[in-house]
Structure formats: C-alpha cells, structure tokens
Design a protein around this ligand. Sequence first.
Ligand code: MN
Length: 334
Amino acid sequence: MENLFPQCDERLLNAIKGARKAAIIAHRNPDGDAIYSSLAMREVLSYFGIESALLNEGKFDRSDIKAYESLFNDEIEESFIDDSLLVIILDCSTPDRPGKPFEKLINAKRIVIDHHSSGIPFTDEGMSYIVPDSPSTTLLVDKVRESLGVPLTKKMADYLYRGFATDTGFYHFLSEKQAPDSLRRVASFTDLGISPYDIYDEMHDGMKLEDLKMIASIIEHAEEMLDGLVLFAYQSSDAMNQKLSDGVYASLLTAENVIAVVFFKDKGDAIEIGFRAKNRSGLDVGAIASSLGGGGHKCAAGATVKAINITEAKHLILTKLESAISDLRQVFKN
Ligand SMILES: [Mn+2]
C-alpha cells in the first residue's frame, strides 16, 4: 500500500479525460523537473488523443534541458484557445511562477500539479494535486498517469526518471519518509530499461572549463557567517546559470560545520537570494524564503527582493537566519 501519494481527486482526473486540448505550463526559469514533467504529461495526454501545447517562459539555461527548448513556446497561439482547452500547471506553487504563457490563459479551466511546501492555491477545489512530500513533480505526474489508467511507456519512464533524479540531486535529497514509495515508482521506470548510470552522465557531463573556474572563484570569495554555520556566496553579473549555482551549493554544503548556504545574485534592480540547508540541521529555509515573498522547500528555496542593495540584503538574511538558528546552534556546536 502506498502512503506517500494520496488518491487523485476524481474532478481533476475527469477534467483531463474530458479535455480535447491542453496547454501545459511549468515554472519560468525551468529546471529538469519542470521540463520533464511537462514532457511526460504530454505523453500521458496523447494516450487519450488530447492535443497539447508545451509552454514555458524560459530561459532554458541549464544544459540538461537545453535540447528541449525548441519544443516549447513562450506564448499560446490565439487559435488554440477555446472551451475544450484545459490548462495544466506543473511544479508551480504560486500563480506568478508560470509567468508569461499563463497571462492569456488566466480565465481558462485549469488543474495544478505540484510538490512545493509553501504557496497559495490558485485553482478550483478538487482541481489540484499538491503533495509537498513528493520528491518531484514527475512522480505526481506518474501517479496521475496511473490513476487515469494510462500504461507507462519507456519514453514516459525516461522523462519521469530524469525529473525525479534532478529534483533529488540524484537521490541525495530523498528522505527516509519519501524513499520507499518513491523508489518503488522509480523501479517501475527502470523496469522498462532506462539506465540510471547513463542518465547521470548525460545530465552532468559537458561542463565548460570556464564555468568550472567561475564556480571556483565564487567559492573562493564565499564568507563564513554565524560562526561558520552559514556560508554566503555572491555573484554580481548575470552570467551564472542554474547548473553553475547547483555546483556552488553542492560544494559549499560539504564544508565542515555548515548547515546552510545562501547565494546572493545581484540582478541590478533586485537581489535574487537562493538558500540551501542541510536536511539534518532542521533549519527551514523555505519558511525564510516565504517571509521574503519567495518559496520552495525546507532545504532548497529562493526569493527575489527588490529595491535593496547587497549590504542590506546580507543584513536582512543574517537577522532572519540568526533567529531561526538560535535554537539549533548549540546542537551543532557539540
Ligand atoms: Mn520540482
């Protein structure tokens, strides 16, 4: 018996089965889970003969999803919009996350499938499938697929696996609560012959030496805060893509005694602040990001703060972290 993935609401399943056309939208600045859940959902819909438009605002700056960019448009064609259209929002916890493609579709019937812990509901009752405990949106798409009685194909399994793998940092972020039911689904993907080994290499290889040097330079300038429990990293230009950020987080989080990494990116008119925390620290960076108007998960979150300079942003975050960490501090000193 599966506990992690609750039953899908019949209203959501009926909305899918009753659709003739669908517009599939995941969050802007897409990651692997956003793109692969979109692609997998399109495969599921094609089983019913539902024609779908893949939409995403972009940018496709992660090399592991770059190859799919041409399949996505940032705007729907007017002629595609009619009463039979269902909008399927994936991996988004707030209505601003889908960005530009959602603007023309705000009045259309929609369902929301997501796994973020914080957010605001933005669809009708029974029209969402939101499971914060799911390690990826692709596993929720898989549950919806199964609930619809759609057979799993190798192509679906490949997409679903990739979304799961990237959102869990290839199993790293999988908790003991998530693992059993999630890995049973993953086993059903590997049953169809996909190769975790090759997919890992495919999704990680190909880093440019200059990018690796940029990561090294950011690490070199990282600062210790709160007695070394937290590291602050900075990026002043826009040259950093998400994959490089992942490299910075992954390296800095392995530093001795560190429980959180905060990455500040100066966007000119705003500061983008990314957070990563160690699972065992108990620190909830998702809550901190939420308090700044952002969102995410307990261990990975982000927010964009406008009208602030880097010094002010550092102070703001330091204050928030200090109060959040005060209870945890003793534990990690010992
Ligand atoms: Mn996700």
